[in-house]
Ligand binder design. Sequence first.
Ligand code: SIN
Length: 521
Amino acid sequence: MKTISTDRIVIIGAGLGALYAALKLAPRPVVMISPETLGEGASSAWAQGGVAAAMDASDSPDNHARDTVNAGAGTVDPLVADLVTREARDYILDLTTLGTPFDRTEDGGYVLSREAAHSFARVVRVKGDQAGAEIMAALIDQVRKTPSIQVLEGTMAVDLETDGDRVTGVAIQDASSARSKPVMLRGAAVLLAGGGSGGLFAVTTNPPRIRGQVIGMAARSGALISDAEFVQFHPTAMDVGEDPAPLATEALRGEGAVLINKDGERFMQALHPDAELAPRDVVARGIFAQNQMGNRPMLDTRAVLGEAIKDQFPAVAEACARNGIDPAIDPIPVAAAAHYHMGGIATDMQGRATLDGLWVCGEASSTGLHGANRLASNGLLEALVYARICAEDIAEAVADTMADPISIIFEMGGEAPAPTAVTTLRETMTSHVGVVRNATGLRKALCVIDRLEKAHGNSPSFLNMCATATLIAAGALAREESRGAHERDDFPEPKPGPGQRSQVYLSQALALRAQVSKDMT
Ligand code: SIN
């Protein structure tokens, strides 16, 4: 394989964590591997709600940390919750300085939205539902002006090279549908910030390329994975036949929007005292159950917002208009959709993975913040906090040198995943590894993944997808309890005692998959 060596720090991904880390590393030379033009294809840009931070004088980081721990169903690391929430306010001020036009009150404060399982209104927002897009636009503007940051747009990482326990390089390809032969890029350090795995499911709110690639490549190289089975399903993806499904932000329920079924009945009041503002896993299951019963759940914003939704939540209004829905007149059909991978590559408090030379931030990581049920709008906050922690730790670990820009000419001839295999994988994940799981379905899923991988394993990106899918399904089969977003109808209760985080190497998940496949043939 062609090899390029550089003193640049290699950042895989181009979402919020990647951009913020690149800025915090400046003036150290960085190269970002971005599959699309900056700003496109990253989950962060699609985030609607905003960033959670205790900004109100009557709120506090302690309250925020407590809500984070309570939502996480017994598996949040309280030290991590404390670390992330303690300085949340400083990150909002920094993003403001970097140009993010947060919604402000007349007296100069921040407009704060209420979201599920938060005991305070504490989500800073931009133009209602534009937080992700506007924060990304501000950071991209800064990145474009920073000479130490080189962005290789249209490239994607497919493999990590290791030398024993140390990461020594990253195999990258041209990201176009034709792909290219991989080129090995050996840099000063590697930061993985390439997102989660929601797109492994057929019903998802994630951009099309977010399909467990980064978690899969780290796992295939021997990195430890935590809590892989904990996948968060967003309750109110719009059920309008689009793939990915557009999001109807939880902030709408914070404004007072209600969930009704085809008979106009509110169904959440019977399921939780906080009704529509119950923890996200509870609402997702409520909506899933209504859909299973053919009751067509819908989000009704008519009474609380009426026509104002069009100004106050432009992304939601646009998705409605695209699908012939006028939310001032009609409720919005909704379904639960894979939204955020709470598990991922196990990291310590410095953002280091278990392989030397490898750091991880954002959704690809499993820091212990989210447990089995992420508190809304903690995802962007965690990406910011750990991006800075990783940048500081990398800066201490690598020599401070200059580096010339990299130039790569790719040769055509790489292998892209077969579209039919990807479709089967995604449908299998939604059918058998979705909102409600059981041993029969999870075993079926592992058999299908095994068969697909054997038939289509010539594409490294498909191997990455299969690795992450295996980790999720095997983790879900091994966890014989219901906890947070991980619901087993054959084990409906949590195990007694404190919740346990799971930790597994891909080799262990593959052994379980092989055993299940053997038993079923
Ligand atoms: C939302 O706006 O409902 C999504 C926010 C999040 O997932 O944190």
